[in-house]
Design a protein around this ligand. Structure first.
Ligand SMILES: [Zn+2]
Ligand SMILES: [Zn+2]
Length: 931
């Protein structure tokens, strides 16, 4: 019976193969339960995750790999628990990023976007997408993410675009979409408005220019007096329409009602009184430029001032800027400062540190600029989104955010939300479905493209040129990927089966961008979809997901943020090439606990590569024995595999013990995954596989696998069966964490005739309801303890590696019975030639003591009395110190009053044990021959 496993573990070879197999076999496709077609899928509860869609322009970075590993572990685990699991992948069209990228490409060809025209350019972007888009999903395929590739979406797909159209039209009908002039963050490079969230601020050393504005007399002549205002952006003064002062500012009481002359523009502007102005700041007088500053805009509205926009979309001064028209904003600044100086109007220049906003995409300095934009009146949507996260009267939350501290962050943001500017001046994206009429100047917002104005019937209509903010479409994904808005009686199986989704795994950085918007749009639109039985849908069933898990950040080994400029970026693809996907996944899992950033350390990945190797070698050892057993007619029945092994009370100790350990491990791993403690789960499996299984169990089971003709066939058969059963279950336990190596070995174990197409489709090990065999754990711990102490002693007294020695052991009768029964384990694993039970260790022997036994190794070489005395003296000092600390704590009334009973009990037990060890060490010291 050949078990086909190459001699050495080569992750690349096996991973490429299985990654392709999983996709081509469509193993992770999931459908809604059908009422007509017999269903092959597990009938458990739905467990659905929507992949945060990476940008179509993106490449996989460590943050993605971490997010995908966490999601995939949960998805594979739940799938193996029998749930109807669905993980939906897709990509985002990423308006700004994609347009920028394609624009750069055509500029390199000597063309321009404007030259190509809108249609040509958009076609070019589609072409780019067909060739290069979504490389990141290809990387996900290779890394084995168990998503349903049949459901892959792109936010510009036809059916998703239909959802965007319907959402816009419906919000417009509901009076929640309006168009208005507003100060937006304008990127002169991207030539579009960008959201507050897309502006990154950093500090720059700049200047504060102080400028004198002349006060005019009643006849419009300079009165000789002036007011000084200060600005960090002198070029905006071209658009000044007033100077504001505080109404109670005593310095300026005599100027109320007066006018000023705006320098360089020779424009008369009023002095206005506004309590918003701070008397303490600067001169207490501020220039008012409504078209170029949000505060000034609000002030201008209060005082019915005009707005003069002096800049065009590219950041150049426009015709409103008089002599400065045509200059770039920074050239204009230079010239204006020079002109002011020449005219003696510059009162001063001060150094000033500016907190300047930059476009997140292209890093250009953002210009606050007045423009006409489309907005969503957000409050009604935000109200629902707040209610979804706040506990209701019964204390239930429709959406739980883990870790919980993010709920507060979310609610604070949602409580201060502003109307959402949803228009972008781009060509790539969902074009706003609104038509402007040249005849009556009204707007038509229809479900189907119109030919005439809905208000006056004129055919002089043109479609709005703006597109929608990318997050408008991605915010709709939870409803749109399952068929909204076309949820009909015949066409709602997906929506019923998978909405609301179960969980969203994502990073903090898109909590507001995306998570908050999905909650607002999901609650708003899904709320209109009746339940399968026709009832209206409550908020708790309108939410896009029931839970949000905010994962940590992956940092470098020194806990520094990875960044290209620092050069400390770890490329996941490179590291996978080096160590294999399984080892990288396991590294990430073993460090992932909620709320803790990961310091990614290659040394750990190397360690988990060794772990994979250890499992590989264990498999080869096991296969070798299975094959040898087959030669003498002993086989393991494949039908005995696939569940959780059990053994009788009369089975050998190591069998009872490893089965008990397996159950305990399965219990802990399941519990840890329930609580998103990937780290605990991974470390528990690691301890079991490497420590219990490989280091102990395999060493012991060798003693039972006797293929000689004279051997006890039943014993060998039983030992082999338990060995294979435990190993097979352990593979399943590990499978969500290391899907590739477990798949490879699992198929080899079944020798090409597996009971399922993949280990991923088998059942996840669950701890038995009945209690774990506690006696087996305790007995094994005694035997292991003895072996460990003997090994330690041998090292200390310098016993040669190969030599076997007699030992003396003192322990109580019950312990003696246990050790006596399995003395062969002690003899083999601790190289003992003879095991003698004694009532007291003979004087002069080097010994180790534990609370349950004393042991000495008999070795020819005489004991180095001086060294032994030194060692015991050190031990005694250590025990005395420990004892004093325990006594101090147990004598502390305050501590006893507060500490839980279990802690006090533990401390008492520890005190008793330490006292025993102290006494033993003192006796041993006294027994040493005197000098
Ligand atoms: Zn930009
Ligand atoms: Zn009209």
């Amino acid at each position: 019976m050949p078990h086909d496993l190459p001699k050495s573990y080569d992750p690349t070879a096996i991973e490429d193969h299985w990654a392709e197999y999983w996709v081509s076999e469509k193993l992770f496709a999931q459908s809604a339960p059908s009422t007509t077609v017999p269903d092959q899928s597990p009938g458990g509860e739905a467990f659905t995750i929507l992949l945060p869609p990476p940008n179509v322009t993106g490449n996989l970075h460590m943050g993605h790999m971490f997010e995908h590993a966490e999601s995939d572990i949960l998805i594979r685990w739940r799938r193996m628990r029998g749930d109807r699991v669905l993980w939906v992948p897709g990509t985002d069209h990423a308006g700004i990023a994609t347009q920028m990228l394609v624009e750069r490409a055509i500029v390199a060809e000597g063309k321009t976007r404007e030259g190509m025209g809108r249609e040509g350019f958009v076609e070019r972007v589609w072409e780019w997408r067909r060739h290069y888009g979504g490389a990141i999903l290809g990387q996900m395929r290779r890394l084995g993410a168990s998503v349903d590739w049949q459901r892959e979406y792109f936010t510009m797909d036809e059916h998703l675009s239909a959802a965007v159209r319907e959402a816009f039209v419906r919000l417009h009908e509901q009076g929640l979409i309006y168009r208005g002039a507003y100060i937006v963050n304008w990127c002169p490079r991207c030539q579009t408005a960008i959201s507050d969230l897309e502006v990154v601020y950093d500090e720059h050393k700049g200047h504060l220019w102080e400028i004198r504005y002349s006060v005019l007399d009643g006849l419009g002549r300079d009165s000789g007096e002036s007011i000084t205002v200060a600005t960090t952006r002198p070029e905006t003064m071209l658009g000044d329409v007033a100077v504001a002062i505080h109404p109670e500012d005593e310095r300026y009481l005599h100027l109320h009602g007066k006018k000023l002359r705006l320098p360089l523009m020779d424009r008369e502007i009023p002095i206005v009184l506004d309590e918003w102005v701070s008397r303490e700041f600067g001169t207490g007088a501020v220039k008012v430029t409504p078209a170029h500053d949000p505060n000034d805009f609000a002030l201008g509205e209060r005082h019915h001032l005009p707005s003069i926009n002096v800049m065009d979309a590219t950041g150049h001064i426009n015709a409103e800027g008089g002599a400065y028209a045509g200059l770039d904003r920074y050239q204009a600044r230079k010239k204006i400062v020079a002109d002011l100086e020449e005219q003696g109007l510059l009162a001063g220049i001060k150094d000033h540190t500016n907190n300047m906003g930059h476009c997140d995409r292209c890093k250009t300095v953002v210009e606050p600029r007045l423009s006409t934009q489309w907005f969503v009146k957000i409050q009604p949507l935000a109200d629902k989104a707040i209610a979804a996260v706040k506990p209701d009267a019964a204390g239930n939350k429709a959406i739980r955010i883990v870790p919980e501290q993010y709920e507060k962050v979310y609610l604070e943001w949602m409580g201060n939300i502003h109307d959402w500017c949803i228009s972008r001046q781009l060509w790539w994206g969902h074009r706003i479905p609104a038509w402007h009429c040249a005849a009556c100047h009204k707007i038509t917002v229809p479900r189907f493209n119109p030919t005439v104005c809905a208000h006056c019937g004129s055919d002089k209509i043109t479609q709005e040129t703006d597109v929608l903010d990318t997050w408008f479409s991605s915010g709709l994904l939870p409803v749109s990927v399952f068929g909204w808005p076309h949820i009909t009686a015949e066409n709602r199986a997906d929506f019923d089966a998978f909405y609301p989704t179960s969980l969203l795994v994502t990073g903090f950085d898109i909590l507001f961008f995306w998570v908050a918007r999905m909650i607002m749009l999901g609650c708003w639109f899904a709320g209109d979809v009746p339940m399968p039985d026709g009832r209206s849908r409550a908020l708790s069933d309108s939410v896009p997901f029931r839970k949000v898990y905010i994962h940590a950040l992956v940092r470098d080994a020194n806990r520094e943020k990875m960044s290209k400029t620092k050069g400390n970026v770890v490329d996941p693809i490179e590291i996978v090439k080096q160590f294999g996907t399984d080892a990288v996944r396991f590294t990430l899992a073993s460090m992932a606990s909620p709320g803790t950033d990961i310091a990614f350390n290659v040394a750990r990945t190397e360690g988990y590569r060794a772990f994979a190797n250890k499992i590989w070698n264990a498999a080869r050892f096991l296969f070798m024995n299975v094959d040898r057993a087959a030669e003498v007619g002993i086989t393991v029945d494949p039908s005995a595999l696939g569940g959780m092994p059990t053994v009788g009370k009369d089975a050998p100790l190591e069998a009872r013990w490893i089965v008990a350990e397996l159950h305990a491990t399965a219990g802990k791993v399941n519990q840890s995954l329930e609580n998103y403690r990937y780290d605990d789960a991974a470390n528990t499996i690691y301890q079991f596989f490497w420590g219990s299984f490989c280091d102990w169990y395999l060493e012991i089971v060798k003693l039972r696998l006797d293929f000689a003709e004279t051997a006890d066939t039943a014993q060998t058969q039983a030992a082999l069966t338990t060995l294979v059963q435990v190993f097979e279950a352990a593979l399943r336990l590990l499978s969500p964490f290391m899907p590739f190596i477990t798949e490879e070995i699992w198929h080899a174990l079944y020798d090409g005739k597996p009971p399922a197409k993949s280990i991923a489709l088998t059942r996840y090990p669950q701890a038995a309801e009945t209690a774990v065999d506690a006696a087996a754990l305790e007995e094994m711990s005694l035997v292991q303890g003895l072996i460990v102490e003997v090994r330690g002693l041998r090292k200390e007294i310098g016993v040669e590696e190969k030599a076997s020695t007699p030992i003396e052991v003192r322990m109580d009768a019950a312990a003696q019975a246990v050790v006596d029964r399995d003395r062969v384990m002690v003899e083999r694993l601790a190289k003992v030639s003879e095991l003698r039970f004694v009532n007291g260790i003979a004087d002069g022997l080097s010994r180790h003591s534990t609370p349950s036994f004393d042991v000495a190794v008999l070795y020819e070489r005489t004991v180095d009395v001086a060294a032994e005395r030194e060692r015991l003296t050190k031990d005694i000092a250590k025990y005395e110190k420990g004892l004093a600390a325990a006594e101090r704590q147990l004598g502390n009334e305050g501590f006893l009053a507060k500490a839980p009973a279990s802690v006090v009990e533990g401390l008492k037990k520890q005190e008793a044990e330490t006292r025993l060890l102290l006494e033993k060490a003192q006796a041993a010291l006294a027994a040493l021959p005197q000098k």
